[in-house]
Design a protein around this ligand. Structure first.
Ligand code: ARG
Length: 485
């Protein structure tokens, strides 16, 4: 790599003069009086976060307006100054949103870029905005506000995915399919039951997000740099303006706490894990070996060499992208673990992992809802092979229990009957003649044929939450009620 000799290049623009007033100097930093204007382009690039924290602009402006409103209430700035600040900030935000705002990474971050633009625009009143505030509590607030919005958006997207799954569960509702343990055929269930298992997982994700939201909606504003302020700040008032029900109680913790971000990324990680498990299941189901589902063409891809291929790439990417979210969680926790109190610049990196984790989770959830809405279950293929694998063996054992046979004895007995089928090359327990079964247990009567066969078994489940048709109807009704809004 070429070594940079000079710290400045022509592309850096005019050299800032340390003595000129800040409003004529949009690139001058607020702390430049003490540090001086010596610059190194590489250092500026290394230290900046503006390239990725621009997405905090809206939250930064909201936080600043709340802060300024509180300063005016406490008579630390005048009403006229507040109006100037609000006008200036709203104009800057409009410029940012219209992409007409000129960002320069030499401003370091979104907070300084906005403050410098405000001072350039309104002069003296702009210099009062940062009264009783540090970038440390400012960024802590902005990130919390961003997280709250992200949680609300994602909650809606997850609900959409849940609704897609419930819709699909209705389409294929009571068709039977095998349930697996150890990826070996285990017991018959309804297709709807399996689909609703994912709805349950996603509901826990929703609950976790709601819980995380509660701990995030706390205002750190007023924590200042590290110790608070000697000015009379009404922290609760500023928080209320931002719809935050409470404020933090320890200034050190206020500026160094990123637990809420780590919690959110953990929630996102688990969402990623859930989606990855679903993707893996459906990758298997879409294989020729299973052939349980057909995903619509728009959500599969072809092969550059093999003309016949319909690959589940989107599901594979869902599985693959989840790895990135887990990586983001480890990065965020590792970034935090060695830090002494209170704010350290390491924390600037939190946004990379937080944003990346959210973007990946959000994209995956949105895509999953579409894939689910465009997938068919091959019910015929599934039912053709439904009686392979003795899915009804447990049902038969429980039939014996109902006739008074101890479960262990029944288990042993049905195991023996299954081996008998295998030696006689029979595919199912129902293919055994009744008298042969009776030789093993006299309690077996002709009514055994009413429960044998996987398709029948799904009508005999009785326990709450079981994989049967009756339970499915109850669960569908529950989700319809819960996901109505
Ligand atoms: N860009 C910084 C961050 O994201 C803002 C806070 C900077 N604070 C400071 N004392 N240098 O963390």
């Amino acid at each position: 790599m070429a070594k940079r000799k000079s710290s400045r290049s022509a592309a850096d623009g005019p050299e800032p003069t340390p003595n000129s007033p800040p409003h004529s100097l949009p690139l001058g930093k607020s702390w430049q009086a003490r540090i001086g204007a010596a610059r190194d382009t590489l250092a500026e690039q290394f230290v900046e976060s503006l390239s990725f924290d621009q997405r905090l602009a809206r939250h930064d402006v909201a936080g600043s307006i709340a802060h300024a409103t509180m300063l005016a209430k406490m008579k630390l700035i005048s009403q006229a100054e507040l109006e100037q600040i609000k006008g200036g900030l709203n104009k800057i935000l409009a410029d940012i949103e219209a992409e007409t705002f000129h960002f320069d990474i030499r401003q370091e971050d979104i907070h300084m870029a906005i403050e410098a633009a405000l001072i350039a625009q309104i002069g003296e009143a702009g210099k009062k905005l940062h009264t009783g505030r540090s970038r440390n509590d400012q960024v802590a607030l902005d990130v919390r506000l961003w997280c709250l919005e992200a949680i609300d958006l994602l909650t809606g997207k997850i609900a959409d995915l849940q609704r897609s799954l419930v819709w699909l569960a209705r389409q294929y509702g009571s068709f039977p399919m095998p349930a697996y343990t150890h990826l070996q055929r285990a017991q018959p269930i309804t297709i709807g039951h399996e689909l609703l298992a994912y709805v349950e997982m996603l509901q826990r994700d929703q609950d976790r997000l709601a819980d995380c939201r509660r701990r995030t909606a706390v205002s750190p504003l007023g924590g200042g740099a590290v110790a608070g302020s000697t000015l009379p700040l009404d922290r609760r008032y500023a928080a209320a303006l931002l719809n935050l029900p409470t404020v933090t109680d320890n200034s050190l913790d206020s500026v160094s706490d990123r637990d809420f971000a780590a919690e959110l990324v953990f929630c996102l990680s688990l969402i990623g894990v859930h989606l990855s498990r679903w993707a893996e299941q459906w990758i298997l189901y879409s294989s020729t070996e299973f052939n349980f589902i057909r995903i619509a063409d728009a959500y599969t891809t072809g092969s550059s060499m093999m003309p016949q291929k319909r690959n589940p790439d989107l599901l594979e990417l869902t599985r693959g992208k989840a790895a990135g979210i887990l990586g983001n969680l480890v990065a965020l926790l590792s970034m935090l673990k060695g830090q002494p109190l209170a704010y350290n610049r390491d924390m600037q990196e939190d946004k990379r992992w937080l944003f990346s984790a959210y973007d990946t989770a959000e994209a995956s959830v949105t895509m999953a809802a579409k894939i689910v809405a465009h997938t068919q279950f091959n019910t015929q293929v599934i039912s053709q092979r439904l009686d392979e694998g003795f899915l009804d063996a447990t049902v038969m054992a429980e039939y014996l229990v109902k006739k008074g046979v101890p479960f262990r004895t029944a288990h042993h007995l049905v195991g023996t009957l299954v081996s008998l089928c295998e030696t006689k090359n029979l595919q199912a327990l129902s293919e055994l003649p009744l008298d042969l079964m009776q030789q093993h247990s006299p309690v077996i009567a002709a009514d055994v044929f009413e429960v044998l066969g996987a398709a029948k078994a799904i009508h005999s489940y009785q326990s709450h939450g079981a994989g049967g048709v009756r339970q499915l109807q109850l669960q569908l009704a529950k989700w319809d009620r819960q996901l109505k809004n």
